[in-house]
Design a protein around this ligand. Structure first.
Ligand code: NAD
Length: 351
């Protein structure tokens, strides 16, 4: 049996969900939509969706099992609570809310109604991220201590509603929520400090070039960096572990893992070396024959698994993978990142 889904907010992402489900997953069928813009309603009608005259009409339709909220961020709370209270299961686009307090209200509604409530944190299924999880999970290159996760664009400003505070715009709420969700799902330890530098270089009132450093109780220090004005690319991931270094260069997952050779003697003198940096022992390049280069694990991942999990939860077969409680941790970190940026220093916490 297929579950029927209706979408509130049929823009870029609403349309993407519709297309993806139609192509790749028959257990959830998008049948209807509501959007405030006539052009979005027209587009949906052309694609064969039923266009509800109001959001209330959509929520009152007993045929709808799941409501997907894909409006700008400032409307998420209203629609999610209304849909839960209408007895619908709800998926909300990220960021689930403008802040943790809003999300608490949404969680209370989900608890009151007992309906499914999940957040579309699809980047947990990105192949590059899954490769990082795989590298760290076996401990083959030791224990991580510095992780750098970057998404760097070069088109400068945040666009459309993303450039207004009132709509929940800005880079931290846009990509930051993905990278922080990935961090919290990767490192199994509480966050004990957040230090954020949120710059607005081209976007007026919202942040568009940001660095957020999370320190975890287990000692991992995790930098997330996002920019709209980076004209020279940096690796998507750079990972320092006690036994080696891993790099993923780009979305196509070019990269490598480098560890030390354990076979054979380490034939090199520990004398001062005269390098371009001057005479140095510490920073002299390590002789190549002492290192071993390996390819990244050959892994492929697909975010269709997100919907598969939703259908399996509705079937009573699986637990929810992306839970509101996990999203609450992310929003708490984001709240603290905004506060840290205001106060211009790192803030201690236990999240
Ligand atoms: P968009 O501007 O392309 O689409 C938003 C749509 O919502 C528009 O059609 C607009 O008319 C409609 N809308 C605005 N206010 C509304 C209201 N009050 N009621 C009903 N409809 C309303 O934006 P988008 O890029 O599709 O982003 C939508 C959401 O999806 C955001 O929360 C965004 O963060 C999220 N998103 C997630 C991902 C991801 O990878 N998970 C990617 C892009 C966007």
């Amino acid at each position: 049996m297929a579950y029927q889904m209706a979408i509130i907010g049929y823009g870029g992402m609403g349309g993407w969900h519709h297309e993806r489900l139609a192509k790749c997953f028959e257990k959830i069928k998008v049948t209807g939509m509501y959007d405030i813009r006539p052009e979005s309603r027209e587009k949906a009608a052309q694609k064969g969706l039923y266009v509800y005259a109001t959001a209330e009409a959509l929520l009152a339709d007993p045929a709808v099992d799941v409501v997907l909220v894909a409006t700008p961020n400032n409307f998420h709370k209203h629609y999610v609570i209304a849909a839960l209270e209408a007895g619908k299961n709800v998926i909300c686009e990220k960021p689930v809310a403008m802040n943790a307090a809003e999300l608490q209200e949404m969680i209370a509604a989900a608890q009151r109604t007992g309906k499914l409530f999940s957040i579309h944190q699809n980047r947990r299924w990105d192949t590059d991220y899954r490769i990082v999880r795989e590298i760290l999970s076996g401990g083959a290159i030791g224990t991580p201590y510095f992780i750098e996760s970057r998404v760097l664009g070069s088109r400068r400003a945040m666009h459309g509603w993303r450039s207004y505070k009132v709509d929940g715009g800005g880079m931290l709420l846009d990509w930051g929520v993905h990278l922080i969700d990935q961090a919290l799902w990767l490192i199994d330890s509480p966050v004990v400090a957040v230090d954020a530098n949120l710059q607005s270089i081209f976007s007026g009132e919202v942040d568009d070039s940001i660095k957020v450093v999370l320190r975890f109780e287990n000692g991992v220090s995790y930098l997330t960096e996002m920019s709209t004005n980076c004209l020279i690319p940096q690796p998507r991931w750079h990972i320092s572990c006690t036994g080696g270094t891993a790099v993923i260069e780009d979305w196509d997952c070019h990269g490598k893992i480098v560890t030390l050779r354990e076979d054979g003697p380490m034939q090199w003198d520990n004398d001062i070396v005269y390098t371009a940096a001057g005479p140095t022992r510490t920073m002299a390049p390590r002789p190549v024959h002492t290192m071993k280069e390996q390819p990244l694990p050959p892994l492929k991942s697909d975010s269709i698994a997100y919907y598969e999990n939703i259908a399996a939860v509705l079937d009573g077969m699986e637990d929810l993978i992306v839970t509101p409680q996990q999203a609450l941790r992310v929003m708490q970190v984001i709240d603290l990142a905004f506060a840290s940026n205001e106060q211009r220093h790192g803030l201690a916490c236990h999240i």
